[in-house]
Design a protein around this ligand. Structure first.
Ligand code: SF4
Length: 312
């Protein structure tokens, strides 16, 4: 099997930037929005501690003071991206905490406000698979008739023991049910998985990737597990109770994952970044570009590409 022509890129995987250029014929950027949501895994509805790796601070904007409106955030971010990157069109990315965790009318107002802004061609909305109602899925389905809609459902691991350990507050079946309900409505579904979770073997994370590959999912974000100051995971790390994955192992694992994902699946992320002020480990993970280059080199060394081992 050779690399698919429709990627129209020089990479060995179908990166998000290429997907957007192929789909819209111009430079499209995601604008990060903090619409002031909370998370049911932090506010007591499901749990109070949150996922063990979550720092719970929200966006930098939120840490600085009262949040500007969604419209204002979009106007400011657009100016910046136009100036720095020559961006032409934008996707409003509701990123912070659980962005479907509010009454239907509140959600509709916030999403409508974003879609009304000039040059916004769609939405990306990050959420938990247990925190979206059928009505809200239907709302996104209506938006998808005229706009480009991504729903991002966090999974992190397909293993119940890991989901319990990281305090996700939902099980695998909830994720599968929500993906199944969302599919077939012109909504693009993206999921997040984490590489390097304590107690997981190489085979465990590949099983998670195979599960993702088997579902009607169009995009994936592969994250490196980070130990951050102020998180439960950070405390475990400082007490010497967990080990962080090494770079060579991470790079190999990500390449193995890419090989078993469908060639059509859009790769939105290959590692983690940010959190400079509270970053504990792994040290090598701070160098995002070095990690991505190492993944590119390893795929090249293998003479491999995304989907080469995908089992349809
Ligand atoms: S679901 Fe997201 S926001 Fe909520 S605790 Fe977990 S990582 Fe944090």
């Amino acid at each position: 099997m050779s690399k698919p022509d429709f990627w129209n890129n020089t990479k060995r995987y179908y990166d998000f930037k290429s997907f957007l250029v192929n789909t819209f014929g111009c430079r499209v950027y995601k604008l990060q929005i903090d619409a002031g949501f909370t998370c049911p895994n932090r506010d007591g509805k499901i749990a109070t501690g949150g996922c063990i790796y979550c720092d719970g601070r929200g966006s930098r904007l939120r840490q600085e003071g009262p949040l500007p409106s969604v419209g204002e955030q979009i106007v400011r971010a657009k100016q910046l991206f136009r100036r720095l990157r020559g961006a032409e069109k934008f996707i409003a990315y509701f990123q912070t905490f659980t962005n479907t965790y509010a009454p239907y009318e509140t959600l509709k107002e916030l999403y409508d406000e974003a879609l009304r802004q000039e040059d916004i061609i769609g939405l990306a909305v990050g959420t938990r698979p247990d925190s979206i109602s059928d009505d809200v899925i239907e709302l996104f389905s209506e938006y998808a008739r005229d706009s480009h809609i991504w729903l991002e459902y966090g999974l992190q691991s397909a293993h119940e023991k890991t989901l319990r350990f990281i305090n996700r507050g939902h099980d695998l079946q909830t994720f599968i049910d929500t993906v199944t309900k969302t599919a077939g409505r012109d909504i693009y579904i993206c999921t997040h998985i984490i590489v390097g979770l304590p107690g997981e073997s190489h085979d465990d994370i590949l099983k998670t990737a195979r599960l993702v590959a088997s579902l009607p999912i169009q995009g994936i974000k592969i994250h490196l597990l980070l130990a951050l100051e102020g998180t439960a995971l950070g405390t475990l790390y400082k007490a010497g109770k967990i080990e962080m994955i090494g770079m060579k192992d991470y790079v190999n694992t990500v390449c193995d994952i890419l090989e078993i994902l469908p060639p059509e699946m859009v790769i939105q992320r290959l590692t983690a970044d940010g959190y400079r002020d509270i970053y504990l480990a792994p040290e090598w993970g701070k160098r995002k570009l070095t990690v991505i280059n190492a993944i590119d080199r390893e795929m090249e060394r293998r003479d491999s590409h995304q989907g080469i081992k995908y089992d349809r």
